[in-house]
Design a binder for this molecule. Sequence first.
Ligand code: 7TS
Length: 424
Amino acid sequence: MSTHARPRIGEQHCQECLVSIGPERIREEFPTLWTKVHGKPLVYLDNAATTQKPRSVIEALTRYYTEENSNVHRGVHLLSQVATQAYESGRTKVRQFVNAAHDREIIFTRGTTEGINLVAQTYGRRALRAGDEVLISAMEHHSNIVPWQMICEEKGAALKVIPMNDAGELLLEEYRRLLTDRTKLVAVTHVSNALGTVNPIQDVIALAHGRGIPVLVDGAQAVSHMPVDVRELDCDFYAFSGHKLFGPTGIGILYGKAYLLEAMPPYQGGGDMISAVTFEKTIYNTLPYKFEAGTPHIAGVIGLAAAIEYVERVGRNQIAAYEADLLAYGTEILTAVPGLRLIGTARDKAGVLSFVLDGIHAHDVGTILDLEGVAVRAGHHCAMPVMKRFGLPATARASLAFYNTRADLDALAKGLHKVREVFA
Ligand code: 7TS
């Protein structure tokens, strides 16, 4: 293992880290990438499920619990003030990261799933009447399907689905046709976790706004791969998870436009979300606290802030460019594996390589790759309707991050040849 005598990323090299330093240098910052599995060096290609954490994130968590642990928004004592300051500056960091206008538009949640449920249960509950419609896409993760089904069922509203083509691209003409006076909300993923498709989210938003319909974007798979600017997108809500952005699990973000969040009822009741309570009536707190009942994941916010700092030091444009090259290389070498079919061949893709091997179940592919040290996900990827659309029970999926290398993809291809040998 490295002794880390050399400077950390960003300490001396601020510009074009990936290009000037190279991914091998970056890999040194991620301790889990050095582990061995089944006696083989780990080749981690399951980044869509969760990403590994750089040392700076781990150290921020340790420092908080070692030196600063205290509850926020409560104490007059010093540690509570320190924790509150760190927590709120984490909010500012997130606000800057997505270029939101105000800190109060940044709500801390447990993750993407909770952010979407929050909007469904508050905005959705207020806005939906019998006969109304919520419009989602055919490539949504279950997190952006089930919360809408639940509230639609309760309200007698209907869930409508924008179809996609065989490459995994949304059919925008169909989308246009599905937008009607009954549509009360559009909820679409920025990047598909099962296919890698990058949706033309700006067009999706503009078309909905043309009819006065708000749009929620599921950004779980986007924020780690590309710059995201919520004001440029003009989305009404944008949800993502810290753990897919090199930060801790259990922390997520819901961005919402202030005027919408102001008008929404609270999600959960409890401490911190109130400004005054009597047995007769409660006056709710202002934004963002109205949506943050109870002691929040303080360490999670601090770790997420460190993760964002790390990603910014590497550079989001550099990450996007590097991963585009990696994806092109991966596509080329996987296509050369006999009997392999890529699922998800959109023109605009992020680092996801979903595939099936002729006559071999995805779980067998995943299990044999695991024995070779190669970690991929095999299954429906919490997107069962996507599997149904392609007539498959499951796919194997390699998903990339900026610490992956061409050597990782070579190891994957080699592993796949092994899989074929085993099943020959
Ligand atoms: N939306 C998308 C597009 C996702 O990919 C995921 C998680 C979620 C929502 C839910 O995020 P969570 O952090 O709240 O769980 N996707 C995956 C995946 O592809 N493999 O494991 C989790």
